[in-house]
Write a protein that binds this ligand. Sequence first.
Ligand SMILES: NC(=O)c1ccc[n+]([C@@H]2O[C@H](COP(=O)([O-])OP(=O)(O)OC[C@H]3O[C@@H](n4cnc5c(N)ncnc54)[C@H](O)[C@@H]3O)[C@@H](O)[C@H]2O)c1
Length: 516
Amino acid sequence: MGCAIFCALKLQQGPSPSHFGHTRSATSDKHRKGSRPCFLLLSSAERRSPGLICPDHALDQPSLPRLKDPALAFSSFDTLLQKIETRAARAGIIGLGYVGLPLAMAVARSGFAVTGFDIDPGKMVALDARRSYIDAVSDAALSAEIDAGRFKATTDFAGLDECDVIIICVPTPLTKHRDPDLSFVEATSRSIAAHLRPGQLVVLESTTYPGTTDDVVKVILERTGLKSGSDFFVGFSPEREDPGNQHYHTATIPKVVAGDGAEALALMKAFYGAAVSSVVPVSSNATAEAVKLTENIFRSVNIALVNELKTVYAAMGIDVWEVIDAAKTKPFGYMPFYPGPGLGGHCIPIDPFYLTWKSREYELPTRFIELAGEINSAMPRHVVGKLAEALDIRAGKALSRSKVLVLGLAYKKNVADIRESPSLRLIEIIEERGGRAEYHDPFVAEIPPTREYQALKGRKSVALTPETIAGYDAVLVATDHDKVDYATLAKNASLIVDTRNVFNRLGLSADHVIKA
Ligand SMILES: NC(=O)c1ccc[n+]([C@@H]2O[C@H](COP(=O)([O-])OP(=O)(O)OC[C@H]3O[C@@H](n4cnc5c(N)ncnc54)[C@H](O)[C@@H]3O)[C@@H](O)[C@H]2O)c1
């Protein structure tokens, strides 16, 4: 990895740029006018060699100036790039949750010293005890980085002073009116501003609408009087964590990177290139922000589509899962998505609405997003409707007099994450309709406090035994965890409503198992 040289064509008639700040602003001006700036990554020796020109423009710009000013070697950019290249840079990761802690481990493993920051003292107690609270990070992996002196965690933001690269991984939820809640990002940006110094790279990883990094984070940081692109640098890189995925993890998932200006992008490439297997640079922070939203909107819309097809095909006596299994044999132009009891997790139910909110500024509707949201959020009620119908027809029993076991509280299989889980809504709807609901989840022993479902706090997972199973009027499968004895369930339950097609997959189809 080398140092950076810029050439902004047709701006070369003036005096040679005396430092990167000058070169950058010329480049940015030209960029705004649509001309293509040229940016090369070169070794230090190459950069200092006289006569260096951009090969793209070598022929049409013979009078390109040489970058000879020794002050260049001491620019904020140069210094930081060198620290990154030599792993002398310290990274500060703010927000040690599902995204921040695995990222901290990946960055530490690549040789950087990492300080993790969080406002949650409970997380500090766990980390001090070398106990990971995130499935993707083992206690052993955490201990290894602490022992190697590459990871420490604190609630004291004064430690930001010593960090060269600062990465923000705090929550970006929706308000109760479903507008973006950037309060965590803003609070964190203010904490960083209080410690900002020249030569730092500040990166936002939280999912958000296009424009947040430049219009919110950068603006708060520039209130210090320091300038992005010359004193400090700002970038965006979306997180692509998939909790429970056995094949991909932080270090092996390609990482989209962007920066505010060419220097910031070069630093982003250098830093993330050291920590993950491949980086995908894009032209602006807003583009990278849009990439993340596009990925999540794609999932939300496709899941809504199969949820709608599920209800239509069911009315026609067609099994949507059989349709999907056959459709996915097409070797091109089709990608399988599966129906379920509703959307869950921290991303898919929330992130698309960040774009909906932003698009209002442009007086443009996001009809696909709204429609997908409508269909997906109607799913829990649809599923409980199917359950009530099955109880009525097969057992002659009203839901209001029934006892139901909801199987799986986590929003997806084999993880303990219950954020936005449709299971919580299923329990709520069953109880609104007068039924009694209990749950079993091998990963969630007790329902923790949640903002939306406070009444469910403290309920405990019931044991799955032939006797307990037989005590319920119906079992509603919301999450198809692998660690469940489905054969025992099939044998002992009087009625099973399966939203995941797990019984069919396991060859346990039976008359008392219906799909919803
Ligand atoms: N979980 C995922 O799989 C996933 C995937 C892709 C993107 N994201 C995005 O990444 C961001 C973080 O998500 P997450 O799942 O890691 O959230 P999380 O709730 O697991 O973790 C966030 C952490 O930030 C801490 N925090 C909150 N405010 C803080 C502050 N002012 N200073 C320091 N720490 C603070 C919280 O205590 C918490 O530990 C969100 O924008 C989310 O949309 C998440």
